[in-house]
Design a protein around this ligand. Structure first.
Ligand code: SF4
Length: 191
């Protein structure tokens, strides 16, 4: 039987999360941002076109649509994001980072302490960390019945056509090469 190490693992994750929070909080104070604003900005910087909506941000952050709407309104007012209408359905609003928003993300994420620690680590160790964290995250999402928000190319709806183009079998639409490395709120783990 596998010995359960839940407490120990939790303590490591908690301490790492605290360090990352302290690091990003320092940058946020300098830039006059709230933690939730940075989290929303970061999400919008690497999600795809099916996910860059107020509902996508709310799902990802686990917040109500009302709270997220206030946050996004403030971010728009200070020039971090802009709203763009969907080219097919004018009722749908897409949220994009402005040049100012992109600059904040580039200067803040990943936090410097993490970057410095990983610089000392061989690639193979970084790969092992990624594998383990990926497994843990997915298992927790399944346990909590949450959306997986995985990377598009790992989704069960992702297809590569004969001509090499990528296509989403859920929406039927072709995907740009840059899209397949982004996260998606419709992502489903292959069965
Ligand atoms: S293939 Fe999956 S992850 Fe990619 S766009 Fe479609 S639903 Fe989203």
């Amino acid at each position: 039987m596998v010995e359960m190490k839940t407490d120990e693992i939790y303590q490591y994750l908690e301490r790492i999360a605290n360090l990352l929070r302290t690091d990003t909080r320092r940058s946020m104070v300098e830039k006059g941002l709230q933690p939730v604003q940075l989290e929303a900005l970061h999400y919008l910087s690497h999600c795809n076109r099916y996910s860059d909506t107020p509902a996508g941000v709310a799902d990802y952050l686990g917040l109500t649509k009302g709270t997220v709407s206030q946050t996004l309104g403030l971010m728009e007012n200070i020039g971090m994001i802009e709203k763009l209408p969907d080219y097919k359905d004018r009722r749908v609003v897409h949220l994009q980072l402005t040049a100012r928003g992109r600059k904040v993300i580039a200067e803040t994420i990943p936090p410097k302490s993490l970057q410095l620690a990983l610089d000392q680590m061989p690639g193979v160790e970084q790969d092992s960390i990624l594998d383990v964290l990926d497994k843990l995250l997915r298992a927790m999402q399944v346990a909590n019945q949450l959306r997986t928000f995985g990377v598009c190319k790992t989704c069960r709806h992702h297809r590569i056509e004969m001509d090499g183009r990528h296509r989403c079998a859920l929406t039927g639409e072709f995907l740009e090469n840059v899209d397949i490395d982004k996260i998606c709120r419709e992502h489903e783990v292959p069965v």
